[in-house]
Write a protein that binds this ligand. Structure first.
Ligand SMILES: [Fe+2]
Length: 215
């Protein structure tokens, strides 16, 4: 039987309030690491990010969480041995969204499976997810058919509003999803990490596209 049958699952309160507070403080102490991601050819929305190289070198507690409990939870759900995506810079990201104009448009992840751990959500932001079966049929729409990406606006999707400490496990390499923020006040801070099955063959064209369009 295929794991993650809906394409994703949500683990509410995966982290305790205290654990989330420690992470918030840790990331807050390194706020200078956030870089602006600017829109490219109208394909993506702006947001800010701490990349995987900085997390690995300068936020060891975050890195340990990703490679320990979060890796284990995702691997359990995926049912196959996983390792962090090869591209170290993009494998782990701390993403910050402020305002309605910021977010991530419909996309697929570079890695086949991903974790999204919410650290702050004071703008009512959500992760919107198109079911995996429909996503598979639409796989190329977010990338190659972007003039027609309005097609996706009419697709049914689930909106997951995550509170601090909530964890989403997603088969994000084949399940189309996006991040939206309904309000201009407040912010959303999400830790994201992408993993691949240990034996996954490199996908250079796909990686190039994802890098061009997402981040
Ligand atoms: Fe994603």
């Amino acid at each position: 039987m295929e794991r993650l049958p809906q394409g994703y699952e949500v683990h509410r309160k995966f982290l305790t309030v205290d654990a989330v507070a420690r992470l918030q403080a840790s990331v807050g102490s390194r706020s200078a690491l956030f870089q602006n991601v600017r829109p490219k050819a109208g394909m993506n929305l702006p947001y800010r990010v701490v990349d995987g190289n900085d997390v690995r070198e300068l936020l060891p507690d975050v890195y340990a969480l990703v490679t320990g409990p979060l890796h284990a939870a995702l691997q359990e759900a995926a049912g196959v041995p996983l390792e962090l995506m090869r591209d170290r810079k993009r494998a782990i990201r701390i993403q910050r969204y402020q305002g309605r104009s910021e977010g991530l448009r419909w996309h697929l992840d570079g890695g086949l499976f991903s974790i999204l751990l919410t650290l702050v959500n004071t703008n009512g932001g959500s992760t919107e997810i198109i079911g995996r079966d429909l996503s598979r049929r639409l796989k190329w729409v977010p990338y190659l058919l972007f003039p027609f990406a309005g097609v996706l606006e009419r697709c049914p999707y689930e909106a997951v509003v995550s509170e601090p400490g909530d964890l989403i496990l997603i088969n994000g390499g084949v399940t189309i999803h996006r991040g939206t923020n309904p309000r201009d006040d407040g912010e959303r801070l999400v830790l994201v990490a992408s993993f691949d099955p240990r034996d996954r063959a490199p996908t250079p064209v796909w990686d190039w596209l994802a890098r061009r369009l997402n981040y």
